[in-house]
Design a protein. Sequence first.
Length: 415
Amino acid sequence: MTQTFTLVFLCALIASLVLKLWLATRQTRHIVIHRDAVPMAFADTITLEEHRRAADYSVARLRLSMLSAACDTLIVSVFTLGGGLQALASLIDGQVAGELARGVLLIGLTVAISSALSLPFTLYATFGIEARFGFNQMRWRLFLLDTLRGAALTVVLGVPLLTLVLWLMRVSGAGWWLWVWLVWTGVSLLMLAIYPTLIAPLFNRFSPLTDETLKRRIESLLTRCGFKSQGVFMMDGSTRSSHGNAYFTGFGAAKRIVFFDTLLTRLDGDEIEAVLAHELGHFRKKHIRKRMLFTFGLSLLLLYGLGLLLDAPWFYQGLGLAERSNAIALILFFMAMPAFAFPLTPVSSWMSRKHEYEADDFAASETRPEWLISALVKLYRDNAATLTPDPIHSAFYDSHPPAALRIAHLKGERP
């Protein structure tokens, strides 16, 4: 059984990498082929120079993603079959007393090492690709501060939660996975509630809208849609990137609507109202609730699956471990699981694209379709989004419909 599982894991790991590289290669080739011709739907709004810039930007990111995927596969291989995790566990066993302390330290070091090995890709993406195409506004000092704040937040919030999870795994018997799921679900809901006021301000500044005309217009839309929140805020996204965006954050009474300052400088009042109506569409169509339920259901299934593997010797030995522990089981499961789950990515992508179409329909009914179309075209242009994605790559990965299909949908042109 041990050798069989090792072989199955290796096949899944290699197959997922090959699939990622094949999809990225298809996307790159498709974008390059169409680089010198603006699609007809955008011929009047996006210049050939802007289209070529978007193509080059997309290709640069794709090439980096291919290197990152290969590196991630190598990291998982070294930690598992390469004996890295076993060596780390043996080192900690000889230095640290207490099962809980050893488990927390082992998971913490594994995450820290993995993050450190992935850091060069983040640095090149930010200070290489994003800077080359004029998007990066991040300075080294701010990047360092963000990294340190993120690490500190992970320790402050993650260590107590991880300690509780490992303790429940040890004392709750065969049904530990249900107790852990209940704790994880509760903590997730709590984080959604406190994120807007306690966590997000650690990284960005949020200020109420000062444009009174726009503010009244937004409040009127919120009233029509029956949406109550803590307010509409502008975020200083320009301190890190020139990309523009808007989003909902929070849960229940703690909901907030956030616009990047970069977005507000590029869109007019009609377009901003249409973008907000799209976001409200996610609320009215209960997309956020559906995604939460899907996530909670999936996490319950995964924890139940881990519960079945927890005492199986072949699971540990098949992934290169000579000893068993709850911490090791958590690490191995969440390292090995993505290789088996990756082919299911299109299911999540399809659901997300369906929600985007529904939110677009809501925005078109509450404002005007041409307002949202105009806003989307500006966002595609300013964010250098590719207008010519490979259909298979798009179906596999894209959380939003391709630009041409989305615009056609808003115009009432069904394919």
